[in-house]
Design a protein around this ligand. Structure first.
Ligand SMILES: [Zn+2]
Ligand SMILES: [Zn+2]
Length: 238
């Protein structure tokens, strides 16, 4: 296991910062320290949905009135510059190097979160699925590209066959809350629920915007027998 981790780091080793092209020799994350400090770190946020808030440890109004199906969102960043260019480039322009960087930063946030809160790690990692047609068109699923190295580094099993997207949905952008929920109705299906039974599951996605999509996927996983869901994502939209 250790040997594999070492190889993975070596494989990603480049000497230039991905963001400013300055020297980043010997830095596993592929970005220099100054660029890392400039990233839009989340800071205080709602303890359930990670919505940025003035104080940490509180629940936002939405989570108080309509508690989401997932228990928590673990994320390092607010969705702001430069993530609003890195993530779309990773998602739509095949910039898989950015994907490795984002996975590395998310992994650090996960390790920190579970240590700080003294929580046990989930028993299973599930990437948020894309519909077959969308994945064929894109060539990869960005959530899987993030989930795979993270699961490997944490030594957790990853399963990308339990949760499927059986219906292609239109983009959620521009829809109001009710239309978003309707758009997602019947979008996810759970296969082989016996593999989920009683397990704490990590659901991985790139960005959580309103949380409607990860909430619907979490609902399906809980209904299929999962004990609880933690959402892991690179960034949260304020
Ligand atoms: Zn830099
Ligand atoms: Zn909240």
């Amino acid at each position: 296991m250790k040997h594999k981790v070492y190889n993975w780091l070596q494989f990603n080793q480049i000497n230039r910062c991905l963001l400013c092209l300055g020297s980043a020799a010997g830095i596993a994350e592929c970005i220099c320290t100054a660029c890392q400090e400039d990233l839009p770190w989340l800071g205080s946020a709602c303890r359930q949905c990670a919505l940025p808030m003035p104080e940490s440890g509180l629940l936002c109004g939405h989570c108080q009135h309509n508690p989401p199906a997932f228990s928590q969102v673990v994320t390092p960043f607010r969705y702001a510059f430069p993530l609003d260019s890195l993530i779309p480039a990773f998602k739509y322009q095949h910039k898989l190097t950015y994907g490795r960087l984002l996975a590395q930063l998310l992994l650090q946030a996960i390790v920190h979160h579970y240590q700080e809160h003294e929580q046990a790690l989930p028993a299973l990692v599930i990437p948020l699925p894309l519909h077959r047609a969308r994945q064929a068109q894109r060539g990869y699923n960005q959530a899987l590209e993030l989930a795979r190295p993270i699961a490997r580094r944490l030594g957790l099993p990853l399963d990308r066959h339990i949760l499927l997207r059986q219906r292609a949905t239109t983009a959620q952008q521009g829809l109001d809350a009710q239309a978003r929920r309707q758009n997602l109705q019947g979008a996810f299906v759970c296969r082989q629920p016996q593999r989920l039974a009683g397990k704490h599951v990590a659901l991985v996605d790139d960005v959580v915007t309103t949380g409607t999509t990860v909430n619907e996927a979490s609902r399906i996983l809980l209904a299929a027998g999962a004990a609880s869901i933690s959402v892991w994502c690179v960034a949260r939209t304020p």
